[in-house]
Design a protein around this ligand. Sequence first.
Ligand SMILES: [Zn+2]
Length: 69
Amino acid sequence: MPFSDGRLCGAEATDVDHIEPGDDHSMANLQALCTWCHARKSASEGGKAAALTRVRMDRPKPTHPALED
Ligand SMILES: [Zn+2]
């Protein structure tokens, strides 16, 4: 997925993400992400639920591995 400044991470996309979480499995709602970006997106989505359920979520590393020197 693009970063907030519009860049793509450039890492190999290995995961299929639901753009809008839920049961819409149509191609229009799917995108290819690398594992890190997928985990970050899922964590942000889960964070909303975690605020309600107080379930602690594992957070991805703050720095994208493809961008590390
Ligand atoms: Zn990525």
